[in-house]
Design a protein around this ligand. Sequence first.
Ligand SMILES: [Zn+2]
Length: 269
Amino acid sequence: MLRLKVLASGSAGNCALLTVGAGVTTRAILLDCGLSPRRTRRLLTESGVRPDQIDHILVTHFDTDHCHRGWANADLANTRIRYHITHNTQARTILRRPDHLRPFDDDPIDLGEGLTLTPVRLAHDEEGVTAFRIDAPNASLAYATDLGRATPELIDTCKGVGTLAIESNYCPELQHASGRPAFLKERIMSGRGHISNQQSADAARAIDPADRVVLLHLSRQCNTPQRALDAHAPLGRPVTVTDQIEPTDWIPVAAPRSRAQPSLFEHAT
Ligand SMILES: [Zn+2]
């Protein structure tokens, strides 16, 4: 059994908790570590997970909102920090924890006990970002944030996943109307920054998850939960909107769509 709880999502810090199994055998994985170790520990405890149950931290990229600099000094016990090899210099400079750092390349990797991680590389600022598909027996999750744009490779890799967590960063109307400097608007909307509600909804429709869509990294200045929900409503899937401060409820990660089960949108995409 896989369960997801997004502890925080947005430009002030991103961290999601994925647990495997139940009870004393539970192991846990963090997706990004953009909150301070102290706040992360508190949220883990409130979620009923001990910090020593975290065996992996998967990092999408090393911007401060995805990797809090405090992790350089955190007690990591047996936790391995995993990230794409292109981020190796950043990881070593920022975290300085060679014993815990385990870069991966483009191939799927085994996270143990039947869990497989398939990475997808995307353009985001200078160093790019990694999206994850995580498969367990009877459950599969895609976790994709700070996308720049949803590429065909992302859609192919995540197609028919059980539960889709994807960013829905901004509403273009609010982005244009905001007092942000032109260079920042350009950076965000250039295809190397973030994706809009509509781009997110289009990607979700193409990926066509079997169950729930979880919306990540909403801009507080240039989006509202209602605008994100409205864009995703036509898909007809249950939707969870994540928050910068309030963790979500536990979200059971659903089984992927079986090949025999036809997509609702097979002819529409
Ligand atoms: Zn971010």
